[in-house]
Ligand binder design. Structure first.
Ligand code: ADP
Ligand code: MG
Length: 263
């Protein structure tokens, strides 16, 4: 301990130790928190807890930022910004349950169905962000984007299996806008393989403008569609959103308030 007795030595030693432990936050905060501890009369244990807490909080925040950047969300839409009053049929307890992300470790799926503009993509991103915050790696793309990705992998021998295996590291895959563009037989087959490879292995969150009864139109084959739906809904929360498009509704309300103001 003698070596540590001077302030200078302690500073150098702690800088060295924080570096060796790869805990830069500790290197940054120990001194200031030490002053606070003396001012407030913290015990040694309280001081240690405060220092470690700052390091853990920073590490978690960095992990979340990293996961959110690599998830490729098309926009930042949070669940907190989603106004459930516009979706009176959406059960809030179901939404709250999904927000816990507890469906991810059990590899359950989420299917959001409804017409354009009702908030499917917004909810998909919001839930994806929650997953990132809970520590789960997430990858977001449109259905067409996923098919492109899989068909590129498929062009190399054994590439599809490799890609599907690689995707296992993502605990949640978001597939947005299934149904906007119908798939040809090859695309439908690739998509089926993606769904089959995730079955009871990892979660899928799918949004679609088409009800299940019309998925045959996407895959140009009712049998393939039925087999897919079977696997998807076996462990899934299926949510139907309805109502007017939020986009046109807000525009309409804006226009209404403008005309009212002019009266
Ligand atoms: P969809 O994917 O169903 O076509 P989006 O999620 O893209 O619809 O929603 C369209 C726009 O309206 C987005 O800007 C979205 O943030 C917003 N929006 C939709 N529903 C809500 C809501 N309930 N609360 C807040 N914003 C909403
Ligand atoms: Mg959308």
């Amino acid at each position: 301990m003698n070596q540590l007795s001077s302030d200078e030595n302690i500073t150098a030693t702690l800088a060295h130790l924080a570096k060796a432990l790869k805990t830069p936050t500790i290197g940054r905060v120990w001194q200031q928190l030490g002053d606070t501890a003396r001012d407030q009369g913290w015990s040694h244990e309280q001081y240690l807890a405060a220092v470690l807490q700052r390091q853990v909080a920073d590490r978690e925040a960095n992990g979340t930022t990293m996961r959110m950047n690599s998830a490729r969300f098309p926009a930042r839409k949070t669940l907190e910004d989603f106004n459930p009053d516009y979706q009176p049929n959406l059960r809030r307890d179901v939404l709250a349950h999904l927000a816990t992300t507890n469906f991810i470790p059990t590899a359950d799926n989420v299917i959001l169905l409804g017409p354009p503009g009702v908030g499917k993509t917004h909810l998909a991103i919001g839930l994806g962000i929650k997953a990132c915050q809970s520590g789960y790696p997430v990858l977001f793309d449109t259905a067409a984007g996923w098919v492109t990705r899989l068909s590129e992998a498929h062009q190399h021998h054994g590439g599809l299996d490799k890609e599907l295996k690689r995707l296992r590291r993502y605990k949640l895959l978001v597939i947005d806008e299934l149904g906007y563009i119908p798939f040809d037989a090859d695309a439908a087959n690739l998509f089926f393989q993606l769904v089959a490879s995730r079955y009871e292995q990892g979660s899928l969150l799918i949004t679609s403008n088409l009800a299940f009864s019309r998925w045959g139109e996407i895959f140009t084959d009712d049998v393939v569609a039925a087999a897919m739906i079977d696997r998807l809904v076996h462990h899934a929360e299926v949510i139907s959103l309805d109502g007017d498009s939020y986009r046109t509704r807000t525009r309409r309300e804006l226009l209404k308030s403008k005309t009212t103001n002019q009266e």
